[in-house]
Ligand binder design. Structure first.
Ligand SMILES: Nc1ncnc2c1ncn2[C@@H]1O[C@H](COP(=O)(O)OP(=O)(O)OP(=O)(O)O)[C@@H](O)[C@H]1O
Ligand SMILES: [Mg+2]
Length: 338
């Protein structure tokens, strides 16, 4: 892994943004307000046609808003040129949109070229980014058609990162990819983000992807209205209405368990699992959902929790899992009554 990836990140604010397309009867985006803190991933999620792509395109002024304002790093985008904004915003689109007649390295260098970087600087950056996304240098001289879909997707991410933008827009970046590669790309992306800490707006219509990728999730409904904006935990624990409850699904309890690692909760002493006889073990970095699955195949007996070196750190019981679920709901009540 190469250095130089810890560039800046800028906060993004939507302030009462509305967009009505010419001749459209209803607004595509309606009084949308939310703020993404610098370095966080905000996932826009909602049914087809609810305005997710429109919201993204407003940010880099591919289309103009009808009213309201968008601020990047506390500065309005109003009056700024698209070329200027492209310097600050990396954009990854659903079907990647690589130029078929340019090599991978040249594709990655599209924005740097626009910015007038010299050849050496562009080449160095392309090398660095191929490393970062885990592709061999040799691929830099290939053409897009000579890569797999997942590899092209990663090149799309590299291209968006090329000029080290403080803000990234990603519109269903993993939408057109098979489930297995998709999961790998998601995990790689989360690892990359831990390193680069960009502000990212990520669009998906898949709630599971939203829960996995987002620090915060904005749930939109048809007509571009924001229904709920919160952390995945809070949305799962307390969907604001029926629309959100249906959207997150009947298994939201399980989804919440998947968000909590065993080492994040209080554990019983290791003797509890040992006292229950031949107990199964589970890694402390696994989730409560993993723990529950193991328990279900093992008569709900307490599990011995071990660290990465296999040393016991405690026991997890069904009562503790229950307690974690109840505590989330109690947190919600306190939060909403204060
Ligand atoms: N250029 C346009 N002119 C007129 N209407 C448009 C235009 N682009 C989008 N729309 C309309 O605006 C609404 C929002 O579209 P948008 O593409 O933002 O939805 P989306 O949430 O991204 O949907 P999907 O999940 O299918 O990609 C839709 O009703 C769409 O038909
Ligand atoms: Mg879209």
């Amino acid at each position: 892994m190469t250095g130089g990836q810890t560039g800046t990140a800028a906060p993004l604010e939507f302030r009462n943004v509305s967009k009505r397309y010419p001749n459209a009867e209803t607004a595509a985006i309606d009084s949308l307000s939310f703020t993404v803190p610098a370095g966080e991933v905000c996932v826009l999620v909602g049914p087809s046609g609810c305005g997710k792509t429109t919201a993204m395109r407003l940010v880099n002024r591919m289309i103009d808003l009808t009213s309201g304002d968008i601020l990047i790093d506390d500065k309005t985008i109003n009056g700024r040129s698209t070329t200027d904004l492209r310097r600050e915003i990396g954009y990854v689109i659903q079907h990647v949109g690589l130029f078929p007649h340019l090599t991978i390295a040249k594709n990655i260098s599209v924005v740097p070229k626009l910015l007038g970087w010299d050849r050496k600087r562009m080449n160095d950056r392309a090398h660095e980014l191929l490393d970062l996304i885990g592709l061999p240098q040799e691929m830099g001289s290939r053409y897009p058609s000579q890569l797999s879909g997942g590899q092209r997707q990663r090149v799309g991410v590299a291209r968006a990162l090329a000029a080290d933008p403080p803000l990234m827009l990603m519109d269903e970046p993993f939408g057109a990819i098979d489930p297995i590669s998709r999961e790998r790309l998601q995990n790689e992306f989360l690892r990359l983000q831990r390193e680069i800490r960009k502000t990212i707006v990520f669009v998906t219509h898949d709630i599971d992807e939203a829960i996995k990728m987002g620090d915060r999730i904005a749930i939109l409904r048809e007509g571009g209205q924001l229904v709920q904006y919160d952390t995945p935990h809070h949305i799962l624990a307390n969907p604001i209405d029926d629309f959100v409850a249906r959207f997150v699904g009947a298994d939201r309890g399980l989804k919440r368990l998947a968000l909590t690692r065993i080492d994040e909760i209080r554990l019983e002493d290791a003797s509890v699992a040992r006292g229950a006889g031949e107990s199964s073990t589970v890694r402390s970095t696994a989730t409560l959902r993993d723990a529950l699955s193991v328990m279900m195949s093992d008569s709900m007996r307490p599990l011995l929790v071990v660290d990465d070196n296999g040393n016991p750190t405690g026991s997890v019981t069904i009562e503790l899992i229950n307690e974690a679920l109840r505590r989330d709901r109690a947190d919600e009540r306190t939060a909403s009554s204060s």
